[in-house]
Structure formats: C-alpha cells, structure tokens
Design a protein. Structure first.
Lengths: 458, 321
C-alpha cells in the first residue's frame, strides 16, 4: 500500500514535470514566433495641438531595435521624428496637430533587439477640441469675455465688467484689464475653474496696457505707465512681468544698462517664456520672463510685426518692408511676397508658417482693376487669396494664427462707411467689429464671432 | 541554543566588520560582500522574528484546533483557504518558514503547511501593495503574480498530498520535534512553551539566514549582473535569467518589486513575473532556511517544480500580455 502510494507521488511528479516541459516548449515557440506588441501609449491630446515637439510614447512589451522615421506613417499626414529607448518608441510631432481630429500612427517593421520577427504597432487617438475666448464689447451693457467651441453655437460668459480693454488666457485663468468710470485701469485674474475673480495690486498709481500671456507658463507681461511720467522716454512705459505661480510681484524687464527699459511694443515668443521688447531706440531686445537679467539685442527695426507659431521666426519691419529674423541664429532675410494673380502685392502684416510659407495681409488686384485688402497664403512661389471682406467694403484690422496653424483668426470691420468707434480710451474698436475663423487649408469660414481678441486655448 | 548564539554573534561580527573597520582597508569585493550580506540580513531579520512570534501564537496561544475548525473538509478547498492565510500576515518568505513549521507542529499536514509557505510571501498585503506601487496594473504583472503564486502553491500542495508518508518529507530533526511537541503539551506553562519555541526556532532559523545571506552576497559579487541583463529581450533566456537573478539576489518579497522595477524596460514582462513568483519561493537564502525543515530531496523537487511552473507562467505572460 505504502509503496503504491509513494509510486503514485513519483508518477504524479514525473507527469507534472513532463506536462510542464511540453507547455513551456509550446510557449517558448510561440514567444519566438511573435514580434513586439503594443502594451500602452501616452499622448497629451491637448498639448499636441498647441505645441510642436510633443510626443506619442508607444510602449512595447519588450525592448525593441531602433525605429527609423520612415517606418512610421501618420494619418492624416504629419511630420514626425522618432527615438527608441528600450521598450519605448517616442514619436515626436514636428508640428502641432489639427484640432478634434482622429489620428492613426502606424509603426511598421518593429522587431526586438534579439529576434528578427517583426510586427506593426498601431495607435489611434483623437486630438482635443479647442476652446475659443473672445471679447464682446456690448453697447449699453457690461462687456463680456465669452467662451465657445470651434463648432456649435454654445457660448459661456466667463467674465463681465463695465469696460474691458483687453484680456489674455493664461493657464486655466484669464487676465483682464478693465477701466473704471475714472478711466483708471485694473488687472483682474479670473479663474476658469470656479469663476473666482482676484484683483492684482499694481506697483503704483498708473495705467496698464499691452497685456500678454506666455503660452507655456503661468506668466503675464504688461506695460505699466506710471502717473506723472509723461516727460520720460515713451511716457515711462515699463514692461513688467508677473509670474503668477510665484506670487503677485511685478518684475520690470531690464534694458542693456540694467535699468527698467521703456518699451514701444513687446510680445511673448510663442511656446515659452521668452519675450521680445522694442526699446525707445527701436532696438529689439530678447529677454526671459522666467529668468530676469540683461536682455540680448537683436537689432534695430521700425516695427515688431509678430512671430511664427513655433516661435522660431520673428517678423519685423523697416522702411523697406518686412524682414524675418531667425531667433536661433539671429539670421535676417528680407521677406519678398510672391505674386498674387501675377501681381506682386503690397503687404502689411506678415506671419510666417512653420513650413516656410507666409500668411500676409496684402493689397491684391481686385475685380475692376482696383486693389482690395485680403489675407493671402504665400507658399513661396505664388500667393493664394484666403479671405476678403464681403464685397470688398470692409477692412481686415489684424489677424493671427491658431497655435497649430490650422486656422487664421481675422478681425474685420464689414463696412468701413458705416463703422462707429466704441470710444474706449484704450484699444478703441469699431462697434461692428467681427472675428472670422478661417480654415487655412480650404479658406472656409468655420466660425464668426461678434467681437475681437479671439484666442485659442487648449 | 548554541546555534542561536552563533547566529547572533555572526551577525554582530559582520556589522562590526562593516562599520568598525575603515572601508578603504577592505578590498572592494569584500566590502560589497559585507554590504550585500548585511542588507539581506537586516531586511529579513524583523520578519523572521515576527514569523517566529506568529508561530508561537499559532502553536501556543490560539485555542487548539481553532484554525482547523473553520477550514473546509475537502482537501483541495482546504488547501486553497490555507494558501490565502498570507493575506492577513504581513510577513515575507523568511518569516513564513518558522510560521509554517509552527503550523505543522500545530496539526496541519505537511502539504497544507507547504501550500501556506509558498503562497504567503506572494499574497501578503505588503507585497501586493509594493508590487502595485512599482508596476500598477501594467502588463498584468501584479495579477499574474498573485494568481500565479496561488496556483503554484496549490499545485505543489496537491502534488505532495499524494505522498504516502508526508513526515518523510521533513528532516529527521524537525520530525522529531513535531513528535515531541505532540506528546509534550502539558509539561510547561504557556509562557515557558513560548520561550522554548522562540529559542528552538531562532536556533534553527538564524544560522540558516546567516549562511544564506552570506551565500547570496558572495554570488552577487562573483556573478556579473551584465551577464544576466544582456539576455533580457529573449523570450526564453530572459525568463531563465530572471530565475537565476532571483535565486542569487535573494531579495525579500516585500521589496522585490522595487528591486526589479529598473529591469522592466529591458526585460520582457513575463520574465519580471517569473522573478516575482520564483524569488519569494526559491532562492539561495530560502533554500538554506527550508533545509531546517525539509529533506534535500524535497528541496530539489520543489526547486524543479517551482522553476517549471514559474517559467511557464512567465512564458504565458510573454505571449498573452
């Protein structure tokens, strides 16, 4: 009996070992026949529409051999570069992606570092839809900052006040300059999360103007003109920065001499905390709002026009016309607009595109031989009219691009003959001003807003 | 008692050597050996003592037959319930050895005690929490570890339940202790018995821990880790390499997930699971400690069986995860 039972254990042990060996062999074979698989992926569907260089990180179930960019296809098409580290394939988008769009990223021919079996990794994601904010100056009622989406007609008033001069979206808040009955300006912060309003104490009695916000940090910039400084250079216009994550202390931007600089104009460079200020001597100074110090001069120019969305190129103007300045190496090149319908246009505002093209506000040949102001997309060889006001009666005041260059945001006055100014002490605008959102690729107007200062967020 | 003194003196000597002697005076390899060995001891000692105390509670202080009373009569269900005991015991594998010995003395069968011993270090709450912190639910590593650990423990419990003479699985010395305990119940007070068990278990376990820690330290010093890492992406070799690594490193199951986390980007997930399942059951320190209780033949059988089951688990995870 005992021997039989002991044999039973031995037989069970032997059978179990045999079965396990067979199963192990089967799964080893399956393992050798299988290429790498995708186990996880990470992408910030919001950041990927607003900044270049964002990554889709694909996690394989094993370390993989280096992947080349030509193994990757993105639908709809997007330029990418790629790095591989262990089991992570990082697909970097060289340009921001389109809003609210389904993307498919396929990586073909992926194999592990030790086995030749290949596989295709595929990941699908949908980019986030943006939020649009704009300023609506009501006649006889409070002004409003309104939020809406790119599609649909739903709107939300996020802030209302007697007179709103300008505003800027900064993180999940908006900074607003308002004017009271005595024409005194105030800076208010409005939380987009809970609507809480905070009034930021000013550095002294004076006036605020030219508000701007970094697109990458919780930092504001604003021009402060102290009372009683009319006799100073440019009326004493100081550029102040305010790091909202560090407190409520304004920091003046310094000039080359280390003293606060008087500025004629200024802008944040898209995608960071760098800013360019034009001094009273027309010198363009580049400074970092996150690291105050002596700025770097970029040369003297008559006007600061703007930046490309990727923050690599600045456009300035001298008496002969627009000039692009590469902010990496300070190289300058005069902008020569391409002909529109065979005629070289006169260009005003110019914004460079990251693919080397331009969007221009230009005077182009009209129907009866007259010239009409239009928005033109210049691909380097020819200009294409993107937008003109209805019947050519109106004017295009200014325009900008969405952070991903998918849309042009144009402020227009539909009819110049009937326009009436709202009479604001700062930034007066026509009471009939509109903002049109135009698809850069198709020229289609996707949205029209009753107001101005439209800004994309998210 | 003699072994207890030897064990304590050995640990003390290691600590004195490590901290009293100027590090620069020792060769690098010896410094590494001391550091690695002491780290294993320091990491394990609290759990060993906790395990001995729990063993005393089971043997002396719990009402006789309390645990038995609530367990199912069906052997398979009974072993499964026993394999879940570890959920309530935050003790790693070292502490479970004295506790498993206590269960045998307290009336559990050898396969039942073995089932507990193999499952408990994997499903104890600290191990589950640290594994989750390290890996979350990525690649099914946590789930595979828990389910795999329970499955391996119950399969081996079932296997040894088919043995006709389970006491032959035990070392003669421990079998004698069990027999003595059965006939010696009423000769001492509870406190006296507790002290007696503490001294006896410490004498058995401490030297094993001491020797096992030294062996683990020595092998880590002598075997280059790069050799193991270079095998990480091969479906078979990665699993085998992780078993060897687990055997050599002998890291406590409560923290092994953090130890292996840096390897997760270079090794296949299945091999990580193999490390996390094989290591708590079979490593050089555990074999030294298990040798206080089981015969060499049983330890070889256990090593083969746990090795195959862990490897299969890892290979399956590699294919399906």
């Amino acid at each position: 009996m005992t021997r039989t039972s002991t044999d039973q254990f031995r037989r069970s042990f032997a059978w179990l070992v045999a079965v396990l060996l067979v199963l192990c062999a089967v799964f080893v074979a399956l393992g050798y026949l299988q290429g790498p698989r995708l186990t996880d992926a990470q992408v910030d569907t919001q950041a990927v529409t607003s900044r270049s260089g964002q990554q889709l990180r694909l996690f394989a179930n094993q370390p993989v051999a280096a992947v080349a960019a030509d193994q990757i296809t993105v639908t709809p098409d997007a330029r990418v570069s790629v790095t591989t580290d262990g089991d992570v394939i990082a697909v970097q988008f060289d340009q921001p992606l389109h809003y609210a769009t389904d993307y498919v990223v396929r990586v073909e021919g992926v194999h592990s570092i030790s086995l030749p079996q290949t596989s295709t990794l595929e990941y699908r994601f949908t980019t986030s839809a943006p939020e649009l904010f704009w300023l609506h100056r009501a006649q006889g009622a409070d002004d409003q900052i309104v939020r809406t989406g790119l599609t649909g007609s739903d709107t939300t008033v996020v802030f209302a006040s007697e007179r709103i001069v300008e505003f800027a979206v900064v993180g999940r808040a908006i900074a607003v300059i308002t004017v009271d009955g005595d024409d005194r300006t105030a800076l208010q912060l409005v939380s987009l999360t809970d609507g809480a309003v905070e009034t930021v104490p000013l550095p002294g009695p004076g006036t605020l103007s030219d508000l701007g916000a970094s697109s990458a940090a919780f930092v504001l910039g604003v021009v402060f003109t102290p009372d009683g400084a009319q006799d100073e250079v440019l009326g004493g216009r100081q550029l102040l920065t305010l790091d909202l994550s560090a407190g409520r202390t304004f920091v003046p931007v310094e000039g080359l001499d280390g003293a606060p600089v008087a500025v004629a104009d200024w802008r944040f460079v898209p995608g960071g905390t760098l800013l360019v200020a034009q001094s009273s001597e027309q010198t363009m100074l580049i400074a970092d709002a996150a690291a105050p110090g002596i700025p770097t001069p970029l040369g003297k120019f008559a006007e600061l026009v703007g930046f490309s969305s990727d923050g690599r190129t600045m456009v300035v103007r001298d008496v002969l016309g627009p000039i692009s300045v590469n902010l990496q190496d300070a190289a300058q090149a005069r902008i020569e607009p391409s002909p529109v319908q065979g005629v070289t246009p006169f260009v005003g505002q110019v914004v460079p595109l990251s693919d080397g093209g331009l969007v221009e506000k230009a005077a182009v040949p009209g129907a009866a031989g007259a010239f009409t102001v239009a928005l033109v997309v210049d691909d380097g060889s020819a200009g294409r009219v993107l937008y003109t006001t209805p019947d050519g009666k109106g004017s295009i005041e200014t325009f900008s691009l969405s952070p991903n260059e998918q849309f042009v945001i144009a402020e227009v006055v539909p009819d110049n003959e009937s326009t009436v100014s709202d009479g604001y002490p700062q930034k007066p605008r026509s009471t009939s001003i509109r903002t049109v959102i135009i698809d850069l690729a198709s020229g289609e107007i996707v949205k029209t807003l009753e107001g101005f200062e439209a800004q994309f967020a998210g | 008692m003699v072994w207890l003194v030897v064990g304590v003196l050995g640990i003390a000597a290691l600590l004195v050597l490590r901290f009293a002697v100027e590090p620069a005076a020792l060769p690098n390899r010896l410094q590494d050996l001391l550091t690695l060995s002491i780290s294993v001891i320091v990491e394990s000692l609290p759990f060993v003592i906790l395990g001995i105390l729990l063993s005393i509670v089971v043997q002396v202080w719990l009402p006789e037959g309390l645990l038995m009373r609530y367990l199912p009569r069906n052997p398979v269900a009974r072993r499964f319930c026993i394999s879940l005991f570890g959920i309530a015991l935050p003790v790693c594998e070292c502490g479970n050895v004295p506790l498993a010995r206590g269960l045998i003395v307290g009336g559990f069968t050898v396969p039942e005690s073995m089932t507990f011993l193999l499952a408990a270090p994997i499903i104890n709450p600290i191990t589950i929490i640290t594994t989750h912190q390290a890996f979350g639910f990525d690649d099914g590593i946590l789930v595979a570890r828990i389910i795999g650990g329970l499955a391996i423990a119950n399969i081996i419990g079932w296997l040894y339940s088919r043995h006709a003479r389970p006491y032959e699985l035990l070392t003669p010395k421990f079998a004698a202790e069990c027999a003595r305990a059965e006939g010696d119940d009423h000769h001492h007070s509870r406190w006296g018995k507790s002290l007696d068990i503490f001294v006896r278990e410490s004498s058995a376990i401490m030297p094993a821990l001491f020797i096992g820690a030294l062996a683990a330290g020595a092998i880590q010093v002598l075997v280059p880790r790069e050799v193991l890492v270079s095998l990480g992406s091969n479906p078979l070799w990665s699993v085998l390499a992780m078993m060897v690594l687990a055997f050599v490193i002998a890291v406590c199951s409560n923290v092994d997930a953090f130890f292996i986390l840096p390897f997760a980007s270079t090794f296949l997930p299945g091999s990580i699971v193999t490390f996390l399942v094989f290591g708590p059951i079979i490593d050089i320190k555990m074999l030294a400690m298990l040798r206080t209780t089981f015969t060499t033949r049983v330890l070889i059988q256990l090593t083969v069986m746990v090795g195959l089951l862990s490897a299969l688990l890892g290979l399956v995870v590699n294919v399906v995860a």
